[in-house]
Design a binder for this molecule. Structure first.
Ligand SMILES: [Ca+2]
Ligand SMILES: [Ca+2]
Length: 194
């Protein structure tokens, strides 16, 4: 895992969703060249995707309707690249949703070139590899044009978003244990936008 970020409401564009939900995602290329990812989210309801589909909260505004990878620089509205769930014609066949004891939900998947996507994974591979190489040389995170966004009933266009950055393996391995403010600080202050 050499890529990751924090998802928050204030990274949504065109406007801050005002959401108090948040997430962390760690990603890396496996030996086949597929992009594996582990996304852990606090404050959104993934009940529809788990077991018999029992909601995790009574309120419906927090019900997740889509998990998407998008293509745009930080702060800009992007095109859908890969709808993990919630987009007809797209989808990740490797998804595993896990409800954690602390109330968070972890979504694990593998984005392969063969997955049905609007923009294929191969479009992003050179940029991500180049970012990772620079980070390993300089130690400085590099923010890519790939982001992940989660839509809900209350915010169908996206409630929380995070811009995928190359990060050092030391950060990546413990990304879920890192305070979001700390990681965002690292990314925002040290990062080069590629
Ligand atoms: Ca709910
Ligand atoms: Ca897949």
């Amino acid at each position: 895992m050499v890529f990751g970020t924090i998802l928050t409401g204030d990274q949504q564009v065109p406007a801050d969703s005002g959401s108090s939900a948040s997430g962390t995602i760690a990603l890396g290329f496996d030996e086949t060249g597929a992009l594996t990812y582990d996304l852990t989210v606090v404050g959104l309801d993934f009940g529809a995707y788990i077991g018999e589909g029992v909601p995790q909260t009574e309120d419906t505004a927090d019900d997740v309707t889509g998990i998407n990878f998008g293509n745009a620089p930080i702060g800009e509205v992007g095109d859908l690249a890969f709808g993990v769930v919630g987009v007809d014609g797209n989808g990740d066949d490797d998804l595993i949703f896990t409800a954690n004891p602390d109330g968070s939900t972890t979504i694990s998947g593998i984005w392969e070139e063969s997955d049905l996507a609007n923009i294929p994974l191969s479009t992003f591979v050179p940029g991500l590899n180049s970012a990772a190489a620079t980070t390993s040389e300089t130690g400085s995170p590099q923010i890519s044009d790939l982001y992940v966004s989660i839509g809900t009933v209350g915010n169908p266009e996206g409630e929380i978003r995070g811009q995928i950055a190359s990060i050092s393996p030391e950060i990546s391995e413990s990304i879920s244990a890192i305070d979001p403010v700390t990681l965002n600080g690292l990314i925002n202050q040290g990062a080069t936008v590629i």
